[in-house]
Design a protein around this ligand. Structure first.
Ligand SMILES: *Cc1c(COP(=O)(O)O)cnc(C)c1O
Length: 402
């Protein structure tokens, strides 16, 4: 394998973001292929016994087993790290494998975590159900409230864990304040950046320690594969995350890594085009519904904060109808173009009713505490012509009595 200039961080760090997205992390085999090669191999062979012994001893570079290293996976890791501006990155099989790894690799019995209450359903399950099983306590707060973060800190607080914008209420967390507070108290901040990606928001620039991803969403962007990623300093990745990942095996398949790698080449174009479409569709939806949750619109109470820390607010927003679940379901059932789907980040527009899908199993009380009403719908705006999306929503709203 020949490493190209894309693997030299002293060079890639000089490149502008669009160039990093296309070229960072590229290795080439002796064939000189243009597109990144897909290495579907679990193991490796060696010219002689001394070579393999040196690799296992950590004295020579080279692959030994795909749970530890794989060239296609390594290319994706280098590209994500270059886009994120992080020293290192490791990719995992899914976003939830990434979140679980990012938390469990650094926590132990007796530790305490503070987490944002608006979150992806399974992220809340980690905090509410999994961590307590291992004697790790968690305090769940309204992450928009800076004072609540400070008030929740205990002597044994090790991690702050949150997403911004948060799913599906679109709560925005003040990255600079919360990550700065964590740093000043020796707490590790872990930011789930799936809704934005590095194309729209780079939490490390605001002081975050660890950035974790579902790469299933905008990074793949075309609804094909599941994948996840965790980014941090070289030392944290090597000393804290890697021992956990290498021995527990939440690894990403080389095939899925390759798909995401190719998706990253167009991430910035897609993220910005979908953000523009989501603003246009959002302005229409706002004219028709009683409650709008779109941080890109001036009506959102956290609009200024969102614009301070994001280049654009992305393809996803939510809105609430007065007619509860019946009216929300009526809108879904009247759609002719937009699909009923709980996925996000896709280039296809998708509409979802969180209370009966992604957040169905948490119970009405916890849902309401999180701000998820029965009348809430969450949309992922894709790459279709926004005029067609507006026409589809217009007819669906009318049929649903709006
Ligand atoms: C989808 C998602 C996850 C989980 O990712 P998977 O790839 O589905 O495992 C975690 N956090 C957020 C914010 C997500 O949107």
């Amino acid at each position: 394998m020949k490493k190209t200039t894309g693997t030299d961080r002293s060079i890639t760090s000089q490149w502008r973001p669009a160039t990093r997205a296309v070229r960072a992390g590229t290795w080439r085999s002796e064939q000189g292929e243009t597109s990144e090669a897909l290495f579907l191999t679990s193991g490796y062979t060696y010219d002689d016994a001394a070579t393999v012994a040196a690799r296992f001893a950590g004295e020579a570079e080279g692959m030994t087993y795909s749970r530890l290293q794989n060239p296609t996976v390594a290319m994706l890791e280098e590209r994500i790290a270059a886009m994120e501006g992080s020293e290192a990155c490791r990719v995992q099989a899914t976003g939830m494998a990434a979140m679980t790894t990012a938390l469990l690799c650094q926590l132990k019995t007796g530790d305490h975590v503070v987490a944002g209450r608006a979150a992806f359903g399974s992220c809340r399950w980690l905090v509410d159900t999994l961590l307590p099983k291992f004697g790790i306590e968690a305090t769940v707060i309204d992450a928009r409230d800076n004072a609540a973060w400070e008030a929740a800190i205990r002597p044994n607080t090790k991690v702050f864990f949150f997403e911004t914008p948060a799913n599906p209420t679109m709560d925005v967390v003040d990255l600079e304040f919360v990550c700065g507070l964590a740093k000043s108290r020796g707490i590790t901040s872990v930011v789930d950046n799936a809704f934005a990606t590095a194309a729209l928001q780079r939490p490390l620039e605001f002081g975050a320690d660890v950035v974790a991803y579902s790469a299933t969403k905008l990074m793949d962007g075309q609804g094909r594969v599941l994948a996840g990623a965790v980014c941090g300093t070289r030392q944290w990745i090597d000393e804290v995350l890697l021992p956990f990942q290498r021995n527990t095996g939440p690894n990403c398949s080389p095939f899925n890594a390759w798909v995401v790698l190719k998706g990253l080449e167009t991430l910035s174009l897609r993220a910005h085009a979908q953000s523009r479409n989501a603003l246009e569709v959002g302005r229409f939806v706002e004219s028709r519904v009683p409650q709008m949750l779109h941080p890109g619109l001036p009506s959102h109470p956290q609009h200024n904060l969102a614009m301070k820390q994001m280049d654009a607010v992305g393809p996803i927003f939510s809105f609430v109808l007065d007619g509860g679940r019946a009216q929300a379901h009526a809108v879904l059932d009247a759609l002719q173009l937009i699909d009923i789907s709980n996925n996000i980040g896709d280039s296809k527009s998708l509409l979802c009713h969180p209370a009966s899908t992604t957040h169905a199993n948490m119970g009405e009380e916890a849902r309401l505490e999180m701000g998820i009403e029965q009348g809430m719908l969450r949309i992922n705006v894709g790459l279709e012509d926004p005029a067609d999306l507006i026409e589809d929503l217009d007819q669906a709203f009318t049929k649903a009595g709006l």
